[in-house]
Design a protein around this ligand. Structure first.
Ligand code: PMP
Length: 458
């Protein structure tokens, strides 16, 4: 990793630059998730409080990344801290390594909130949740392939690391997208076995699904692409009907949208029940977590019918009735479920979600005005507590529409925003928290105004 000479961030972030350089000596690229990198170097954060992040140089930022949406209550919410501490102090441990009652309490809560959830299993991340959802669909249907939509992200494993941000030149026709690998080291097998669909195009989706129905176990999608491009209602209703008719399991990946679009996710808003739902992010209250929930007859496929351990290994102990394999040392982690339950408890308080959505809409409206006042074509696209800034006109319905927007200009503005104390990782979506204030909104809007002036005047 060579840190580029030009530094976008002023003298004020020298320490970040030098500490990042040090990180690069022992961590490839200096980051442990490639998405966290940006040129010439990402900022090293040291503290968080409420809606703010503070970097190692002592600069303050209004945070709209919020750990990619996970921190819906902002940084260091007192009730979450208390719930976690209480759980550890009262139980005397961080984790039991056995079943415990909070697993049931959380599962009951998810069943209550999510129309498509009748039973629940826990994982440690959103990635693991979608992986388990897919395996469940394969086991349930006896078919082996899955279909996903172009531009949708479901975690960084081979089966779905296909056509997430494809080069349009390589991605084929808009109505019949080709599978494009997202990573080096991705065997061609996965390009051949993951069918790619065009989001918000029901007719084209139907054609592809019908052609592959005999081999498709499931269709997985972000009901709101990237957390901010909503599916059309007709598309969603049509997809549900079609997958039912074709015996294809419908999987909603609500890792981003869960608790952020409504307490019952996007499915509650659309009135569409998926067969399986994957959750993560907000569910863990800032700790690593994932879960899948779904219809009872599908979920029961992972029910253990007998104990199995290393000593029971061997062919004579296996039979076709063996459950789907699902395991994990930390699944259902009590400390994390305590944080998640405390978070949901706060979100359920009367008016909390409404206020959050109102605040988000206020910011969106004011930002749209500012860009307009500078003569820039800009629209905010989103729902609930998530949105994105798109520099371009026309309806934004999917990945191809997005790719036509002016990301170069957006990036320049984002870099200026960092200098002005607004933290959004360049080009990332905006997530709002319950603790962002009107003052934060005013400061954010003023920062955009200034950032645009600086970029335009350059
Ligand atoms: N699905 C979606 C829709 C996501 O947004 C993410 C994370 N950005 C994942 C799956 C993977 O979750 P995690 O990072 O917790 O593994």
């Amino acid at each position: 990793m060579i840190i580029q000479e030009e530094t976008f961030i002023s003298e004020r972030t020298k320490k970040s630059a030098s500490l990042f350089k040090k990180a690069c000596e022992v961590i490839p690229g200096g980051v442990t998730a490639n998405i966290k990198y940006f040129n010439p170097h990402p900022l090293m954060m040291e503290k968080g409080k409420g809606s703010k992040l503070f970097d190692v140089d002592g600069n303050e930022y209004i945070d709209y990344l919020l750990c990619y949406g996970a921190l819906i209550l902002g940084h260091g919410h007192q009730q979450v801290f208390e719930a976690v501490t209480k759980q550890m102090m009262e139980s005397g441990t961080t984790i039991f390594g056995t079943p415990h009652t909070m697993e049931t309490t959380m599962a009951e809560k998810l069943v209550e909130l999510y129309p498509g959830i009748e039973m629940v299993r826990y994982t440690n991340s959103g990635l693991e949740a979608t992986l388990l959802a897919i395996r469940t669909a394969v086991a349930y249907t006896g078919k082996e392939k899955i279909a996903k939509f172009e531009g949708h992200y479901h975690g960084g494993y081979d089966q779905v690391l296909v056509s997430v941000n494809p080069d349009i030149d390589k991605a084929g026709e808009e109505t019949a997208p080709k599978a494009v690998g997202e990573s080096r080291g991705l065997p061609d097998y996965y390009l051949d076995n993951t069918v790619i669909l065009p989001f918000n195009d029901l007719e084209a989706t139907e054609k592809i699904l019908k052609a592959h129905a005999h081999e498709l176990a499931g269709v997985i999608l972000e009901p709101i692409q990237g957390g901010f491009i909503p599916a059309d209602q007709d598309f969603m209703t049509g997809l549900r009907k079609m997958t039912e008719e074709l015996n294809i399991v419908l999987i909603f990946d609500e890792v981003k949208t869960g608790f952020r679009i409504s307490l019952g996710g996007a499915q509650k808003i659309y009135g569409v029940k998926p067969d399986i739902t994957a959750l993560g992010k907000v569910l863990g209250g800032g700790f690593p977590v994932g879960a899948i929930g779904g219809k009872k007859d599908i979920m029961m496929i992972s029910s253990a019918r007998g104990g199995r351990d290393i000593l029971t290994a061997g062919a004579e102990n296996r039979n076709k009735q063996d459950p789907l394999y699902h395991s994990g040392t930390y699944n259902g982690h009590p400390t994390i479920l305590a944080a998640g339950l405390a978070t949901i408890n706060i979100l359920e308080q009367k008016g909390t979600m409404d206020q959050l959505f109102k605040k988000t809409q206020l910011l969106r409206n004011q930002l749209e005005e500012v860009y307009k006042s500078h003569g820039l074509t800009m629209q905010t696209v989103g729902m609930g507590s998530i949105f994105n800034i798109i520099l371009g006109d026309g309806n934004i319905k999917n990945y191809r529409d997005m790719s036509k927007s002016d990301t170069k200009l957006r990036k320049k503005i984002d870099y200026e925003l960092l200098k002005l104390g607004v933290y959004t990782k360049p080009l990332n979506r905006y997530s709002m928290s319950t603790v962002h204030t009107e003052k934060d909104i005013q400061r954010t809007v003023a920062a955009h105004d200034e950032a645009i002036k600086r970029v335009i005047n350059k």
